[in-house]
Design a protein around this ligand. Structure first.
Ligand SMILES: Nc1ncnc2c1ncn2[C@@H]1O[C@H](COP(=O)(O)OP(=O)(O)O)[C@@H](O)[C@H]1O
Ligand SMILES: [Mg+2]
Length: 295
Protein backbone atom coordinates (compact mmCIF):
# COMPACT_ATOMS: atom_id res chain seq x y z
CA UNK A 1 0.00 0.00 0.00
CA UNK A 2 1.42 3.46 -0.86
CA UNK A 3 2.26 5.83 1.98
CA UNK A 4 -0.81 8.02 1.32
CA UNK A 5 -3.03 5.07 2.14
CA UNK A 6 -4.59 4.89 -1.36
CA UNK A 7 -4.48 1.62 -3.22
CA UNK A 8 -2.71 1.77 -6.54
CA UNK A 9 -6.08 1.45 -8.31
CA UNK A 10 -7.97 4.15 -6.50
CA UNK A 11 -6.75 7.41 -8.05
CA UNK A 12 -9.39 8.33 -10.62
CA UNK A 13 -9.56 4.69 -11.71
CA UNK A 14 -6.02 4.73 -13.14
CA UNK A 15 -3.30 2.48 -11.82
CA UNK A 16 0.07 4.02 -10.98
CA UNK A 17 1.48 2.20 -13.97
CA UNK A 18 -1.13 3.73 -16.27
CA UNK A 19 -0.49 7.15 -14.77
CA UNK A 20 3.20 6.82 -15.49
CA UNK A 21 2.45 5.58 -18.99
CA UNK A 22 0.31 8.68 -19.52
CA UNK A 23 3.15 11.04 -18.75
CA UNK A 24 2.40 13.08 -21.82
CA UNK A 25 5.02 14.66 -24.04
CA UNK A 26 4.97 18.44 -23.71
CA UNK A 27 5.44 20.25 -27.00
CA UNK A 28 5.94 23.99 -26.67
CA UNK A 29 5.52 26.16 -29.76
CA UNK A 30 7.61 29.21 -28.98
CA UNK A 31 9.21 32.26 -30.50
CA UNK A 32 9.31 35.69 -28.91
CA UNK A 33 8.21 37.23 -32.16
CA UNK A 34 4.52 37.63 -32.95
CA UNK A 35 3.35 36.53 -36.38
CA UNK A 36 5.91 33.73 -36.75
CA UNK A 37 3.20 31.08 -37.06
CA UNK A 38 3.03 29.69 -33.51
CA UNK A 39 -0.75 29.47 -33.34
CA UNK A 40 -1.01 28.11 -36.89
CA UNK A 41 1.52 25.39 -36.12
CA UNK A 42 -0.15 24.69 -32.75
CA UNK A 43 -3.57 24.02 -34.24
CA UNK A 44 -2.21 21.99 -37.15
CA UNK A 45 0.02 19.86 -34.98
CA UNK A 46 -2.81 19.29 -32.49
CA UNK A 47 -5.16 18.09 -35.22
CA UNK A 48 -2.39 16.01 -36.82
CA UNK A 49 -1.84 14.13 -33.55
CA UNK A 50 -5.60 13.75 -33.03
CA UNK A 51 -5.89 12.32 -36.56
CA UNK A 52 -3.50 9.54 -35.67
CA UNK A 53 -5.57 8.65 -32.65
CA UNK A 54 -3.67 10.39 -29.87
CA UNK A 55 -5.26 12.29 -27.02
CA UNK A 56 -4.16 15.91 -27.14
CA UNK A 57 -4.40 18.71 -24.61
CA UNK A 58 -3.72 22.33 -25.51
CA UNK A 59 -2.77 25.28 -23.37
CA UNK A 60 -3.07 28.74 -24.89
CA UNK A 61 -0.56 30.87 -23.02
CA UNK A 62 -0.90 33.87 -25.31
CA UNK A 63 -3.28 35.49 -22.86
CA UNK A 64 -3.47 38.69 -24.92
CA UNK A 65 -4.20 37.35 -28.41
CA UNK A 66 -5.76 33.99 -27.59
CA UNK A 67 -5.61 32.97 -31.25
CA UNK A 68 -5.53 29.25 -30.49
CA UNK A 69 -8.52 29.51 -28.15
CA UNK A 70 -10.41 31.51 -30.79
CA UNK A 71 -9.46 28.96 -33.43
CA UNK A 72 -10.90 26.15 -31.35
CA UNK A 73 -14.03 28.13 -30.50
CA UNK A 74 -14.57 28.62 -34.22
CA UNK A 75 -14.09 24.88 -34.70
CA UNK A 76 -16.77 24.08 -32.12
CA UNK A 77 -19.14 26.57 -33.74
CA UNK A 78 -18.46 25.05 -37.16
CA UNK A 79 -19.39 21.62 -35.84
CA UNK A 80 -22.58 22.97 -34.28
CA UNK A 81 -23.58 24.76 -37.49
CA UNK A 82 -22.73 22.00 -39.96
CA UNK A 83 -23.14 18.83 -37.93
CA UNK A 84 -19.59 17.81 -38.91
CA UNK A 85 -17.75 15.66 -36.39
CA UNK A 86 -14.17 16.82 -36.01
CA UNK A 87 -11.50 15.68 -33.57
CA UNK A 88 -11.08 18.14 -30.69
CA UNK A 89 -8.29 18.51 -28.16
CA UNK A 90 -8.81 19.11 -24.47
CA UNK A 91 -8.47 22.88 -23.93
CA UNK A 92 -7.12 24.59 -20.86
CA UNK A 93 -7.17 28.30 -20.20
CA UNK A 94 -4.60 29.82 -17.91
CA UNK A 95 -5.90 33.22 -16.82
CA UNK A 96 -3.46 36.02 -16.12
CA UNK A 97 -3.34 36.95 -12.43
CA UNK A 98 -5.01 40.21 -11.39
CA UNK A 99 -2.71 40.62 -8.39
CA UNK A 100 -0.78 43.90 -8.53
CA UNK A 101 2.10 42.52 -6.52
CA UNK A 102 4.40 41.05 -9.18
CA UNK A 103 5.76 38.25 -7.00
CA UNK A 104 2.28 37.18 -5.93
CA UNK A 105 0.99 37.40 -9.51
CA UNK A 106 3.83 35.21 -10.76
CA UNK A 107 3.31 32.69 -7.99
CA UNK A 108 -0.40 32.52 -8.76
CA UNK A 109 0.10 32.14 -12.52
CA UNK A 110 2.78 29.59 -11.97
CA UNK A 111 0.52 27.50 -9.77
CA UNK A 112 -2.41 27.75 -12.21
CA UNK A 113 -0.22 26.70 -15.11
CA UNK A 114 1.54 23.83 -13.38
CA UNK A 115 -1.72 22.44 -11.93
CA UNK A 116 -3.38 22.46 -15.36
CA UNK A 117 -0.32 20.94 -16.94
CA UNK A 118 -0.15 18.15 -14.36
CA UNK A 119 -3.81 17.28 -14.98
CA UNK A 120 -3.37 17.22 -18.75
CA UNK A 121 -0.22 15.13 -18.41
CA UNK A 122 -2.23 12.42 -16.71
CA UNK A 123 -5.08 12.54 -19.22
CA UNK A 124 -3.38 13.07 -22.57
CA UNK A 125 -0.65 11.65 -24.77
CA UNK A 126 0.56 15.03 -26.02
CA UNK A 127 0.26 18.56 -24.72
CA UNK A 128 0.67 21.46 -27.09
CA UNK A 129 1.47 24.81 -25.51
CA UNK A 130 1.08 27.91 -27.67
CA UNK A 131 3.54 30.34 -26.09
CA UNK A 132 3.07 34.11 -26.16
CA UNK A 133 5.02 36.35 -28.53
CA UNK A 134 7.14 37.98 -25.83
CA UNK A 135 9.49 37.18 -23.00
CA UNK A 136 7.01 36.74 -20.16
CA UNK A 137 7.24 34.85 -16.91
CA UNK A 138 4.68 32.29 -18.09
CA UNK A 139 6.49 31.80 -21.36
CA UNK A 140 9.75 30.97 -19.57
CA UNK A 141 7.94 28.61 -17.25
CA UNK A 142 6.40 26.84 -20.23
CA UNK A 143 9.73 26.57 -22.04
CA UNK A 144 11.20 24.92 -18.96
CA UNK A 145 8.54 22.20 -19.18
CA UNK A 146 9.14 21.45 -22.86
CA UNK A 147 10.18 17.99 -23.99
CA UNK A 148 10.06 19.24 -27.56
CA UNK A 149 10.33 22.93 -28.44
CA UNK A 150 9.25 23.99 -31.91
CA UNK A 151 10.23 27.47 -33.05
CA UNK A 152 8.54 28.61 -36.24
CA UNK A 153 10.46 31.35 -37.95
CA UNK A 154 9.44 33.57 -40.84
CA UNK A 155 11.88 33.19 -43.67
CA UNK A 156 13.53 36.53 -43.02
CA UNK A 157 16.68 37.88 -41.39
CA UNK A 158 14.51 40.20 -39.31
CA UNK A 159 13.10 37.16 -37.56
CA UNK A 160 16.43 35.35 -37.58
CA UNK A 161 17.86 38.20 -35.54
CA UNK A 162 16.05 36.96 -32.41
CA UNK A 163 18.02 33.73 -32.66
CA UNK A 164 21.41 34.99 -33.69
CA UNK A 165 23.46 37.88 -34.99
CA UNK A 166 25.11 37.09 -38.34
CA UNK A 167 27.93 38.50 -40.38
CA UNK A 168 26.15 39.83 -43.51
CA UNK A 169 28.98 38.74 -45.85
CA UNK A 170 29.90 35.29 -44.59
CA UNK A 171 26.63 34.48 -42.76
CA UNK A 172 28.75 33.24 -39.88
CA UNK A 173 26.99 33.52 -36.55
CA UNK A 174 28.61 36.23 -34.43
CA UNK A 175 26.63 35.55 -31.26
CA UNK A 176 23.35 33.98 -30.16
CA UNK A 177 20.64 36.54 -29.34
CA UNK A 178 17.75 36.98 -26.88
CA UNK A 179 15.59 34.02 -27.66
CA UNK A 180 18.46 31.55 -27.99
CA UNK A 181 19.86 32.75 -24.67
CA UNK A 182 16.46 32.26 -23.08
CA UNK A 183 16.15 28.72 -24.44
CA UNK A 184 19.69 27.98 -23.25
CA UNK A 185 18.76 29.06 -19.72
CA UNK A 186 15.57 26.98 -19.80
CA UNK A 187 17.50 23.95 -21.02
CA UNK A 188 19.93 24.26 -18.13
CA UNK A 189 17.14 24.70 -15.58
CA UNK A 190 15.15 21.77 -16.94
CA UNK A 191 18.21 19.54 -16.81
CA UNK A 192 18.40 20.13 -13.04
CA UNK A 193 14.94 18.64 -12.45
CA UNK A 194 14.26 16.24 -15.30
CA UNK A 195 16.01 13.57 -17.27
CA UNK A 196 14.18 14.48 -20.47
CA UNK A 197 16.24 17.13 -22.25
CA UNK A 198 14.56 19.76 -24.43
CA UNK A 199 14.69 18.71 -28.07
CA UNK A 200 14.69 22.05 -29.90
CA UNK A 201 13.48 22.11 -33.49
CA UNK A 202 13.49 25.29 -35.57
CA UNK A 203 11.18 25.29 -38.59
CA UNK A 204 10.86 27.88 -41.28
CA UNK A 205 7.40 29.19 -42.03
CA UNK A 206 5.79 31.07 -44.89
CA UNK A 207 8.52 30.16 -47.33
CA UNK A 208 7.99 31.71 -50.72
CA UNK A 209 8.96 29.98 -53.98
CA UNK A 210 9.73 33.45 -55.37
CA UNK A 211 12.40 34.47 -52.86
CA UNK A 212 14.90 31.73 -53.72
CA UNK A 213 18.01 33.74 -52.89
CA UNK A 214 16.69 34.85 -49.50
CA UNK A 215 15.58 31.30 -48.77
CA UNK A 216 19.05 29.99 -49.49
CA UNK A 217 20.79 32.65 -47.39
CA UNK A 218 18.47 32.24 -44.39
CA UNK A 219 18.87 28.47 -44.76
CA UNK A 220 22.68 28.74 -44.73
CA UNK A 221 22.68 30.99 -41.68
CA UNK A 222 20.27 28.66 -39.86
CA UNK A 223 22.54 25.69 -40.52
CA UNK A 224 25.45 27.61 -39.01
CA UNK A 225 23.40 28.62 -36.01
CA UNK A 226 21.98 25.14 -35.45
CA UNK A 227 25.51 23.78 -35.09
CA UNK A 228 26.52 26.62 -32.79
CA UNK A 229 23.61 26.49 -30.34
CA UNK A 230 22.25 23.00 -30.79
CA UNK A 231 18.87 22.85 -32.42
CA UNK A 232 17.58 20.67 -35.21
CA UNK A 233 16.16 22.09 -38.41
CA UNK A 234 12.83 21.08 -39.91
CA UNK A 235 12.04 21.81 -43.56
CA UNK A 236 9.03 23.94 -42.64
CA UNK A 237 5.87 25.22 -44.28
CA UNK A 238 5.38 27.24 -47.43
CA UNK A 239 3.41 30.44 -47.70
CA UNK A 240 -0.16 29.39 -48.54
CA UNK A 241 -3.38 31.39 -48.50
CA UNK A 242 -5.25 28.39 -47.12
CA UNK A 243 -3.64 28.84 -43.68
CA UNK A 244 -5.27 32.25 -43.42
CA UNK A 245 -8.61 31.21 -44.89
CA UNK A 246 -9.39 28.36 -42.53
CA UNK A 247 -9.36 30.31 -39.24
CA UNK A 248 -13.04 31.49 -39.21
CA UNK A 249 -14.25 27.90 -39.57
CA UNK A 250 -11.67 26.59 -37.12
CA UNK A 251 -10.55 24.06 -39.71
CA UNK A 252 -7.09 22.80 -40.55
CA UNK A 253 -5.65 21.38 -43.73
CA UNK A 254 -6.32 17.94 -42.33
CA UNK A 255 -10.06 18.57 -42.10
CA UNK A 256 -10.47 19.33 -45.77
CA UNK A 257 -12.49 16.34 -46.81
CA UNK A 258 -15.69 16.29 -48.86
CA UNK A 259 -17.83 15.64 -45.80
CA UNK A 260 -16.46 18.06 -43.24
CA UNK A 261 -15.79 21.26 -45.16
CA UNK A 262 -17.00 23.23 -48.12
CA UNK A 263 -13.46 23.97 -49.33
CA UNK A 264 -12.34 22.20 -52.50
CA UNK A 265 -9.23 20.09 -52.03
CA UNK A 266 -6.47 21.16 -54.42
CA UNK A 267 -2.94 20.11 -55.35
CA UNK A 268 -1.60 22.93 -53.19
CA UNK A 269 -3.45 21.50 -50.18
CA UNK A 270 -2.04 18.08 -50.93
CA UNK A 271 1.48 19.52 -50.98
CA UNK A 272 0.76 21.38 -47.74
CA UNK A 273 -0.35 18.16 -46.05
CA UNK A 274 2.88 16.56 -47.15
CA UNK A 275 4.77 19.39 -45.45
CA UNK A 276 2.86 18.70 -42.24
CA UNK A 277 3.63 15.01 -42.52
CA UNK A 278 7.31 15.81 -43.04
CA UNK A 279 7.27 18.07 -39.99
CA UNK A 280 5.83 15.29 -37.85
CA UNK A 281 8.48 12.87 -39.11
CA UNK A 282 11.34 15.30 -38.43
CA UNK A 283 10.06 15.88 -34.88
CA UNK A 284 10.96 12.24 -34.15
CA UNK A 285 8.52 12.04 -31.28
CA UNK A 286 9.56 8.87 -29.45
CA UNK A 287 5.91 8.10 -28.64
CA UNK A 288 5.20 7.80 -32.38
CA UNK A 289 8.16 5.57 -33.24
CA UNK A 290 6.99 3.01 -35.80
CA UNK A 291 3.50 4.54 -35.99
CA UNK A 292 2.04 5.03 -39.46
CA UNK A 293 0.98 8.59 -40.23
CA UNK A 294 -2.51 8.20 -41.54
CA UNK A 295 -3.34 11.61 -42.97
N1 LIG B 1 2.44 29.09 -43.85
C1 LIG B 1 1.65 30.17 -43.85
N2 LIG B 1 1.17 30.68 -45.02
C2 LIG B 1 0.39 31.76 -45.01
N3 LIG B 1 -0.01 32.42 -43.92
C3 LIG B 1 0.43 31.98 -42.73
C4 LIG B 1 1.27 30.82 -42.62
N4 LIG B 1 1.53 30.62 -41.30
C5 LIG B 1 0.89 31.60 -40.62
N5 LIG B 1 0.22 32.42 -41.47
C6 LIG B 1 -0.55 33.61 -41.12
O1 LIG B 1 0.36 34.54 -40.50
C7 LIG B 1 -0.27 35.21 -39.43
C8 LIG B 1 0.49 34.94 -38.14
O2 LIG B 1 0.41 33.57 -37.82
P1 LIG B 1 0.13 33.09 -36.33
O3 LIG B 1 0.08 31.62 -36.38
O4 LIG B 1 -1.02 33.82 -35.74
O5 LIG B 1 1.51 33.57 -35.64
P2 LIG B 1 1.87 33.75 -34.08
O6 LIG B 1 0.98 32.84 -33.31
O7 LIG B 1 3.32 33.35 -34.00
O8 LIG B 1 1.68 35.18 -33.74
C9 LIG B 1 -1.71 34.73 -39.41
O9 LIG B 1 -2.48 35.62 -40.17
C10 LIG B 1 -1.64 33.37 -40.10
O10 LIG B 1 -2.85 33.01 -40.71
MG1 LIG C 1 -0.34 33.27 -31.72
Amino acid sequence: MPADGMSSLSRGGLTDIQQQARDARVIVIGNEKGGAGKSTVSIHLSVALLCIGRKVGVIDLDVRQRSLTRYLENRTRWMQNTGAKLPMPEIVRVEASQDRDLDKAEAEESQRFLTSLARLKRECDFIIIDAPGGDTFLSRLAHMQADTLITPLNDSFVDFDLLGDVNPQTLDVLRPSFYSEMVWTCRKKKAQTSRRPIDWVVMRNRMSPLAARNKERVGGALENLSRRIGFRLAPGLSERVIYRELFPAGLTLLDLTESSSNVAFTMSHKAARQELRDLLIVLQLPELAGVEITF
